[in-house]
Design a protein around this ligand. Sequence first.
Ligand code: SF4
Length: 332
Amino acid sequence: MSAATPPLIAVEGLTKHYRAGRGLFAGMVKDTPLVRAVDGISFSLGRGESVGLLGESGCGKTTTGRLLLKLTEPSAGTIAYDGQPLSPLAGPALRTFRRQAQLIFQNPFDALNPRFTIARCLNEPLINAHVPGRERPLYIERALDLARLSRGHELLQRHPHQLSGGQLQRVVIARALILSPEFIVADEPVSMLDVSVRAGILNLLRDISRDLALTAVYISHDLSLVRYLCERTIVMYLGRIVEDAPTAALIDEPLHPYTQALVAAVPTPDPGQSRAPLPIGATPPDARRPTIGCRFADRCPKVMEKCRRIDPPAFTPVEGRSVACHLYGDAS
Ligand code: SF4
C-alpha cells in the first residue's frame, strides 16, 4: 500500500471480550471467566491487498474476521471502512456495506440451505439486495463464470446434497461474489474439503482476488495456505498480533518465536500437505486465563525474565515489519 493511498480498512485498538459459559444467561453471570478473544489489535488493509490472518485455534482470528464484517460488535476500539466508522452504520449505509463486504464460509455443507435449489441459493442475496428479477440471471451467470461452474440448468436445479464438496464451495464462492464485493473474508476456505479438490479452490481464490482486485482476508491455521494466497501475513496469538510482515519475508526469516515455530511445522510448500507438530507443543492457548507480561512466555523457548513482567509492544526492527517481542526491543 502506498503511503499516499488511504487504506480500505483501518483497525485501531480493536477488542472483543465476552463471558464464557453455556446457556442464555452465561454472559450476565459475573464470575464466569472473561474470554479475551481479541485484545487491542491495530492494523490496516490496503485496497487490493490479500492478507493472511494466521494462528492456532483460539487466537482470535475468526472473531477478528467477524468484527471486520460487522457480524459482531467490538467491546472497544474502532474499525473504519473506506474512512467511515463501522459501528454506527445502519439503514441504507449498512445495506451498502453488506453488499461490499462478503464472507466465504469454512464449511460449504453448512453454508447453503439444504432445502433450496442452487438457483434459489444464488438468488437469495440478489433478492435481499433488491436486484430486479429480470436482471438476476445476468448476475447469476457472471458469478457462475467467476467460480468456474457450469451455467447449465442442471446444476441450478440441484440441491446442495447432490453436489461434491468442491462444487459446493464453488457455489459458496459464487454467492459471495454475486453482488461484486470489494472486500472478502474467507474463513479456513479449504479446511473442510477433500485434499484432492483443495488445490483447485486455492487456484480459484488466488485468481479471483487478483483479477477482481479484491481486498481479501484469508483466515487460516495453515501457513502453506497463506503462503499461496497472501502477499502479507498477520500472525495472532491469544487475541494479539505478534507479527505482521510480507509473507515471503515472514517465511524466509520469521522473527517472533511463535512464528518461527509455525514455520518449522510446515514440511513442504505443497498446500495439500499436513503439518508437522508444533515444536513448542500442542497445548492450545487459553484466552480465559489472565496474563501478565508476554502471552507466549509459557511456550517460548527464548523466554527471558522480563518477558514474564512486561507485555511486549510492537517493535519495528525492519521497515515494513512489526513484531511484539522483547528480543527486538531496547535492552531495558
Ligand atoms: Fe518469547 Fe519473551 Fe519474545 Fe515473548 S517477549 S516471544 S517470551 S522472547
